[in-house]
Design a binder for this molecule. Structure first.
Ligand code: SF4
Length: 237
């Protein structure tokens, strides 16, 4: 995909949503960190329901440690993998108090040293809590970047590095949110909504959904539909 097309894509996404942000509900970098740790293999809606219970009780590292692992588990038990997430959060809170004065560090290495925090989570925190122009490549961004040919790559890291290099600088800060939202609501995994897509004429996907395409449920009766993703999309972390 050429530079002019990339610029036009982000210009349109920006015009449609000038102030994009995360759908996770948070009021501090610490709340965002906890919400993002909880969001692995969970929906933002499910995380928001759990944090609506948890944060009024405990929204600082000291308060969560005071709640204890069993108390924390009780508040987040509606979320997948809540046992291991509770362990990670308790250890993360202890480290934040011991090494960072109870604050979330604005530093990639320090963030990635926290239990339950990988590169993707660190990128979300750096971008959304601290305003840095990072791109956290989740399953949606990986799919959209490869499908559209905006930035192709076989791994999330390869796509992240290409996006960081190829997205015009003025769009980099918000690109993360635009691409996630586009993947979540328009360029969906099973049946991308190409007829309604505002970048359809710029997208280089070779297998767009035609207008009035048959429902995938009926298509399955005659065999699998062609997968427009190249390469294959990884499972959500
Ligand atoms: S045209 Fe289709 S495949 Fe391309 S970005 Fe839009 S929804 Fe995704």
């Amino acid at each position: 995909m050429n530079r002019d097309k990339r610029g036009e894509i982000f210009g349109r996404l920006q015009a449609a949503n000038p102030r994009p942000t995360t759908e996770l509900v948070y009021r501090s970098p610490f709340e965002l960190l906890i919400a993002v740790i909880l969001s692995a293999q969970a929906t933002d809606k499910g995380v928001n329901q759990a944090t609506a219970r948890l944060f009024p009780l405990a929204n600082t590292p000291a308060a969560i440690l005071a709640l204890g692992e069993a108390g924390l588990r009780e508040q987040i038990r509606t979320i997948g993998l809540f046992n291991s997430k509770a362990k990670h959060i308790i250890r993360t809170c202890a480290i934040l108090l011991d090494r960072h004065g109870g604050e979330v560090p604005r530093d990639r290495a320090a963030l990635e040293a926290l239990p339950g925090v990988g590169r993707k989570t660190a990128n979300v925190i750096l971008n959304t809590a601290f305003g840095e122009p990072t791109v956290a490549v989740d399953t949606h961004i990986f799919r959209v970047a490869n499908r559209t040919r905006l930035a192709t790559g076989k791994t999330p890291l390869a796509v992240e590095q290409r996006l960081a290099r190829l997205i015009p600088r003025e769009f980099l800060q918000d690109a993360h949110h635009w691409l996630i939202l586009h993947g979540r609501y328009v360029c969906t995994a099973r049946r991308p909504r190409c007829p309604e897509c505002l970048i359809a004429d710029l997208c280089e996907c070779p297998a767009k959904t035609p207008p009035s395409a048959p429902d995938p449920a009926s298509a399955r009766q005659t065999g699998p539909a062609a997968d427009p993703d190249q390469p294959a999309t990884p499972r959500r972390e």
